[in-house]
Ligand binder design. Sequence first.
Ligand code: MCN
Length: 797
Amino acid sequence: MTTKLFGEPVQRREDPRLLTGQGRYLDDLGSGALAAAFVRSPHAHARIRDIDVSGALDVDGLVAIYTWEDLPPRVAEPLPLLIPHPALTHGRTAYPLARDTVRHVGEPVVMVVARDRYLAEDACALIRVDYEPLKPVVGVEEALVGAHRVHEDVPGNVGAHLVQEVPSARGRTAAEEIEAAPHSLSFRLDIERSASMPLEGRGVYARWDPDDRSLRVYSSTQTSTSVRMALAAKLGLPLPSVEVIAPDVGGGFGVKIVHPWPEEVLIPWAAMLLDREIKWTEDRREHFVSSAHERGQVQHVKVGFDDEGRVLGLDVTILHDHGAYTPYGIIVPIVTATQLLGPYKIGAYRVEFSSIYTNTVQVTPYRGAGRPQGVFCMERTMDRIAAYLGLDRTAVRAANFIQPEEFPYDQGMMFQDGRPLIYDSGNYPESLRMLKELIGWDSFEERRAAAAAEGRRIGIGIGCYVEGTGVGPYEGGHVQITSDGRVHVSTGLTSQGQGHETVFAQIAATELGVPIERVSVVTGDTRRFGYAVGTFASRAAVMSGNAIALACRKVREKALRIAADALEADPADLEIDDGIVHVAGTPTASIPLATVAVLANPLRYAFDEEARRATQFTGTAALDRPPVAEGQEPGLEGRDYYSPVRSTFASGMHAAIVETDPGTAEIKILRYAVVHDCGKLINPMIVEGQIHGGVAQGVGGALYERMVYDSHGQLLNASFMDFLMPYATEVPRIETAHLETPSPLNPLGIKGAGEAGVIPVPAVIASAIEDAEGIPITRMPISPSELHELRLRRPPG
Ligand code: MCN
């Protein structure tokens, strides 16, 4: 039996549980708990004059009603602004319950606790809030005019303004390079708002133990350790008195990393106060209007280029719609601005963005986190250049690629933390070669002609991207081998469907030489591992993967030392295979890891007859025998942390063939191909699954999903009846090829993969539609009716 499982397409061990309804999600817990519900603002912008709860007081089963005034000082203050930045001169976060003003429809105003959710909702309906409506600000361009303010003290509604400029090698600015370039173009791009939409919404269930003054909180979160730290601080509890557990989580896609959410603080606080178990699970409308959105940007692009399409100067101005609050600072527009350049080496670059408040749901990272917008900008630019020069679109990209021998490559940009953005590795020309072959780029014109002969209109598109993955500061792993030979792995970050139970087991099985069936993995439970950052930014594989590998290496070293002692051999001569330590080349001179675990802990002899037999220990005084060398801790276990010097850059290229109906303008994706490089693959099947899921979300972003606000700040499509998501029928078969350029930055040579699929899709589909139609596509998403309108506006001839 092989134990080298790293790199193998091992089937996901969590799937039988999750696919047969055995998963335990937040709402499966706490069946006897009280229920919470919230009165939320129906206005996009209003002052609260008065709240009258008297009508709700007679509701049978009502337990408590809380407004902002009822909250103790630390709970009442605005939620933390997690990632400050010097450019964020006017950062604002919400109060957990609105204090005196509401700034978007859906903002929580009153919390009700009752015997069950029905009664809590009944009570909510009987509470009267007297609002004085204020003029709402909707849309970034309207907001910039500044006639009305989202926050009274933020002039022009600009929360942040940042400019970064990288001069060309000859010392010219982007404006100078564009001015001097043989050719130049300028255009505008519009990217609409969308949102993560996990199948399971947010949810919290809390219980307080008054005897030992401890709090246990279950949360459908991507970051249980952060929720724990926030609760300890807000509720004035010592950290060890707070446990936060993420049960099975039905998707997160970024929205569940905002910590803490108002509900995540209020439910535990009320549970403590009332000494009762309380639960809240978000409904779909709440998710639409009270969680977070992303994407929305307007971009103005100027580019100067030479006859081969090499970009000499690029100037991008971004208006970023931040909604009502900035709990994550300006991380999203910074990612757009800094990673927009993709795999390209360009002359001079200037990017400027304004982060603008509007009376809409706050903006926080959603899978891809600012990159789909940046890629849309860069790839639309590449296509524009190719069209202008009459060149093949892949040739223009190739002319601009950073070459394999140029790594590490410094783009000259500063990331959020002020550190330079340096690409560690990749091979972009090879990715392009593979992609062209996979999609049949060079023979496409024949295919187009054949389709045209049947009266059909088809086009081919391409999009390239890079993604900084595996961001720090740290993640840890703990590994323990017990006397039954089982391996227990824990790490603090959480899982929302990425397959961590499988990949972390693969890493441990490979590092320790044990069958994977003997490895169990726990994530997202602060009782098992207390220090962690969380699952987002495609970081789990790089961060926890490497931490677990390092912890395994510690345990392995200790196991070999103990085994060497028992076998009277040199540790350097030992190997572990199938859970058995043996002298290399002499399989009979061996000792099972289970036995090594017993030897590592002498007390096992005193309590465990089986352990005595296993080790053939004949002594009587278990307590007086030193089992391991002086200075060694008992137990066959180890803990280690991984902390990277900087992010590692994954990359990829996608291509699609689409068909547009000449009559109805319906858009169909006929083929979709992906070449992806996430360094060494731990599990190619899981990476493909991640890419497929990402592409499906990207198809939504390219063709269907958008948040439609009216001029009053009302979200018009806050349900799955009106917010279009692709079904399986709209998602094409996805052909995938992997290129592995190992990351030199971490021991396992891996880069992240979790967001990769989604990032370039809107750019790719736009490229293909533009190719089919011969009309510039400047919007994401684009619907058949919009395409039809573009056709009508096309100049004749
Ligand atoms: N992997 C691998 N080899 C690599 C890189 C990754 O086998 N070289 C595997 C990993 O071990 C992991 C998966 O691919 O099982 C994704 O790994 P990684 O890129 O580290 O991403 P994370 O695990 O940190 O997941 C976060 C990422 C993000 S940011 C979003 S958003 C997202 C996503 O993952 N949300 C998801 N994928 C999701 N998938 C599901 N089902 N649900 C979500 O909410």
